[in-house]
Design a protein around this ligand. Structure first.
Ligand code: AKG
Ligand code: FE2
Length: 276
């Protein structure tokens, strides 16, 4: 296997997904839900019916400065302290792919099918997704379902790689649409009953789960929950391991550095980020 892929897959097997309870406290959750409402309401002015939006949209001129509101509120959280412990003092937030969602429970068609985030992120560097539900999920609203374990993860990758060989390139970054099919098809691909390898973490509003682009996942099956499912997917990298394809694409990013105990946030396209 390609050594870059091998590294990400090994980390997917050994480390991820990894949970953090209480990443945001109750006040932070309430503030974030308000911000997500504001962002989605504004987004619907240009994309009626949408239920998700990247933070990058709020860096454009004449838009409310909601990306900055969200990120400056992030710095004092336990979530950020945990990221500093895990990733160090220079963290890149990938704003084109840091997404807020307000999924309507009644619109079951809005679910994401089985996929790997590698499709839009590439594998020549590690991208982490810190996924934070702002309502209870798993046993409440639909959360995320992950495939875990060595054999299943490797088989999923063999399947993706065979497709990617002739269909995916860093420049085109085509998404592998329906590559893993429904649960019946996936069980065939993985050669195992999904009950052995599929896990849906039960999370409280404000808990977080961290995973890289080599972890196969989808939206949990619909639950009986009423009202929207709010979530934030914060996509991150370290400066030294930022996917090169991301750098080359010059996408909106924020560099968060801690120097002398002070946190500084600088917005810039990814091709202008300092070398790691
Ligand atoms: O919001 C969801 O249900 C899917 C999110 C997802 O695929 C992700 O955060 O990578
Ligand atoms: Fe995803």
């Amino acid at each position: 296997m390609n050594p870059d892929i091998e590294r990400l897959v090994s980390r997917a097997i050994e480390i991820y997904p990894k949970g953090l309870r209480g990443a945001l406290n109750a006040d932070e959750v309430a503030a974030y839900r308000g911000l997500v409402d504001h962002m989605i309401d504004v987004s619907q002015e240009w994309a009626p019916d949408t239920n998700w939006c990247p933070l990058a949209k709020f860096l454009e001129p004449d838009r409310p400065k909601l990306a900055d509101d969200m990120l400056s509120r992030f710095v004092p959280t336990r979530a950020f302290a945990f990221l500093r412990e895990t990733l160090g003092d220079r963290i890149v937030i990938l704003l084109q792919h840091t997404i807020v969602r307000r999924r309507d429970a009644s619109r079951t068609g809005d679910r994401s099918p089985w996929h790997l985030d590698v499709d839009f992120m590439g594998y020549d560097g590690e991208m982490l997704n810190m996924w934070i539900p702002l309502v209870d999920v798993g046993a409440g609203h639909p959360g995320l379902t992950f495939i875990i374990g060595e054999e299943a993860t490797r088989r999923a990758w063999a399947h993706w790689s065979a497709w990617a060989e002739s269909n995916w390139s860093p420049a085109s970054r085509v998404a592998a649409k329906d590559l893993f099919g429904d649960d019946t098809r996936l069980a065939e691909i993985l050669g195992t009953d999904l009950t052995d390898v599929a896990r849906t973490p039960i999370l409280k509003a404000g808990d977080a789960i961290l995973f890289n682009q080599a972890v196969l996942h989808r939206t949990q099956d619909p639950t009986a929950a009423i009202g929207p499912r709010y979530s934030v997917e914060l996509r991150l990298a370290t400066l030294s391991d930022l996917p090169q394809t991301y750098r080359a694409a010059a996408l909106p990013s924020a560099l968060v550095s801690v120097e002398g105990g002070r946190v500084a946030m600088k917005y810039m396209p990814s091709d202008r980020l300092p070398a790691g």
